[in-house]
Design a protein around this ligand. Structure first.
Ligand code: FMN
Length: 227
């Protein structure tokens, strides 16, 4: 074993990466900067991010917590320009003149949950006491919760990798998208994440520009609920 501590920090990093392969979880930015930099970007350059970068982002996303470690999420990545164009076409509601995007993102990640996996996991002996072996008895749908956690982790990983994101839902065209991309009927669409590089002339749009953030003291309740 090499005595890594004897090397300078850069050399250690080089030795680490040659020895173990590149570390996919090594972030380039401070966490607080990642959080601050993330905002919903609705206007993108056409440039497609490298697929290995996108893969690393998905790998980070899938490491988010999951109930009972059910891991009941799947990520459908559209990064082929033809597939992405088809996606945007199928979800373009003819009854709405204005889309929320001004420059459509070159990559779209569709996050799906698989309730069956949760049912199977919570039917195992160590989980039976929770009596969640029937989907209708779940007070909180953990597959939705896990989807939100993974989607958030995906967005932060993307920002850390120098990309921009936008989490959105589709109100039009879901069936067509499912059919086009062969999504199994029993998967639930949690949401979609646009990925790419923000356009040079991108300017904030959406609800975040028309509403104030609630003050911390309004949302934080310490020890007892504050009215
Ligand atoms: C569950 C969820 C659904 C959202 N759906 C949409 C959407 O359909 N269209 C949209 O433009 N933005 C959507 N957003 C983005 C929010 O509008 C945005 O996160 C919010 O205004 C705060 O702005 P920020 O992300 O820039 O901080 C959604 C966000 C979440 C968490």
């Amino acid at each position: 074993m090499l005595p890594l501590s004897a090397f300078g920090s850069q050399l250690s990093a080089w030795a680490f990466s040659s020895w173990f392969g590149s570390d996919p979880y090594h972030g380039a930015m401070e966490f607080s900067d990642v959080v601050r930099k993330r905002r919903s970007i609705r206007s993108y350059r056409a440039e497609v991010p490298p697929s290995d970068v996108v893969d690393r982002i998905i790998d980070t996303a899938r490491r988010a917590p999951s109930a009972g470690f059910s891991q009941g999420l799947d990520f459908l990545v559209l990064d082929d320009p033809g597939a992405v164009a088809t996606f945007w076409r199928l979800t373009d509601d003819p009854d709405h003149d204005v889309r929320e995007t001004t420059g459509e993102a070159p990559v779209v990640v569709l996050v799906f949950s698989d309730p069956k996996r949760y049912l199977a996991r919570y039917s195992e002996s160590d989980k039976l006491e929770f009596e969640l072996d029937d989907l209708d008895r779940w007070p909180v749908r953990f597959w939705d919760v896990d989807g939100g956690m993974a989607a958030m982790q995906l967005q932060l990983a993307a920002v850390d990798a120098g990309l921009d994101t936008w989490f959105f839902g589709i109100g039009y065209g879901e069936d067509a998208v499912r059919s086009e991309f062969s999504v199994p009927d029993d998967r639930m669409m949690v949401g979609l994440i646009a990925l790419g590089y923000r356009a040079d002339d991108e300017a904030p749009t959406g609800s975040g520009t028309t509403r104030q953030r609630r003050p911390l003291g309004d949302q934080l309740h310490r020890n007892t609920w504050k009215l």
